[in-house]
Design a protein. Structure first.
Length: 320
């Protein structure tokens, strides 16, 4: 009786292990299918990837608007997508018309719909009141009352977007030099002096440093590792130093236009563990406007495109 019981028990055990084996095979097959499916699916937005766009100069029905559509198409085709999109001004064509902001919003909303967080600031061709009419939420989120100033915090670095627009009363013209008002300089001074940790900080504005005159202020803050701007419509990395007495330097970078003139494209900033790398994604170069259809473009445009192919620059988190 005892041996029958043992055999019986063994038989059951064999049945159970057979069922387990079959179960494991099914599980492995399911895992394999899920793995393949995941590889095909586009990854979600990457929080260590920042897309920088500038100088949209949206002109309704003209090439500038079409170029913005192409830029947005190119950003949406990235895999993974960047989590953050930072826009450095000159959203409107020349004098900040409401309808130009509305046209820009149609395209920027496509980025937001894909899960990207879009932050915009002003250039010399923008008008705050007209911008606020189309982007009331963005206007309300500004950290200052009279200027559109933002702070974007990502896991590895923070970004401050300043508002360097000097707005005149004439609705048909614009003021080219950039400037920061007193309130903004005071705010920035307090913000930088309060940064005692080592988290890297990027400061950004539409205009170059020489116009907004904050070189000393930025370089007095050790965690400020770079200044990024637009306005000049070209890819132009460089370094700033204050004097010849010490080695203190800061990386600066001018980014292209999405489609008005000059270098056309955007910049992808990859936030790594010890440095950020800015990669130029240039679609083309033209000046002062694209070559008419059917006409060859000047050879120098191709030279510039070739020279800029795969261009990149780094922002070490430890400033020299
Ligand atoms: Fe511009």
């Amino acid at each position: 009786m005892e041996s029958v019981a043992v055999l019986g028990a063994l038989g059951v055990a064999e049945e159970v292990s057979g069922a387990e084996r079959a179960g494991r095979r099914v599980e492995a097959a399911v895992r394999q299918v899920l793995k393949k499916k995941k590889a095909k699916e586009p990854a979600g937005p990457d929080e260590n990837l920042v897309c920088i766009i500038s100088d949209l100069h949206v002109r309704i029905g003209r090439y500038q608007e079409a170029q913005l559509v192409r830029t947005v198409d190119d950003i949406l085709a990235l895999n993974p997508l960047p989590k953050y999109v930072l826009c450095l001004g000159d959203i409107a064509f020349l004098t900040g018309k409401v309808e130009e902001y509305a046209a820009a919003k149609v395209q920027l909303d496509r980025l937001a719909a894909a899960g990207m967080q879009v932050t915009l600031t002003m250039g010399n061709h923008d008008r705050r009141a007209n911008f606020a009419e189309v982007f009331p939420e963005a206007a309300a989120q500004s950290l200052l009352q009279d200027r559109f100033v933002y702070k974007v915090e990502t896991p590895r670095a923070d970004f401050i977007l300043l508002d360097s627009l000097q707005e005149g009363n004439d609705t048909k013209t614009w003021i080219t030099p950039g400037a920061l008002n007193e309130e903004q300089v005071q705010w920035l001074t307090a913000e930088l002096s309060g940064r005692t940790g080592s988290k890297p900080l990027f400061v950004m504005a539409h205009h170059p440093l020489e116009e907004i005159k904050i070189e000393k202020l930025l370089m007095s803050c050790p965690s400020c590792i770079g200044f990024i701007y637009g306005h000049k419509h070209n890819w132009d990395p460089g370094w700033k130093h204050l004097n010849f007495k010490d080695r203190t330097m800061m990386r600066i970078l001018c980014v292209p236009s999405t489609g008005h003139w000059g270098d056309i494209g955007f910049v992808l900033l990859r936030l790594g563990n010890d440095r950020a790398t800015a990669e130029l994604r240039e679609r083309e170069f033209f000046f002062p406007k694209p070559a008419p259809e059917g006409e060859p473009k000047p050879a120098v445009w191709t030279e510039i495109e070739n020279e800029n192919r795969d261009a990149c620059c780094t922002f070490p988190y430890q400033r020299p």
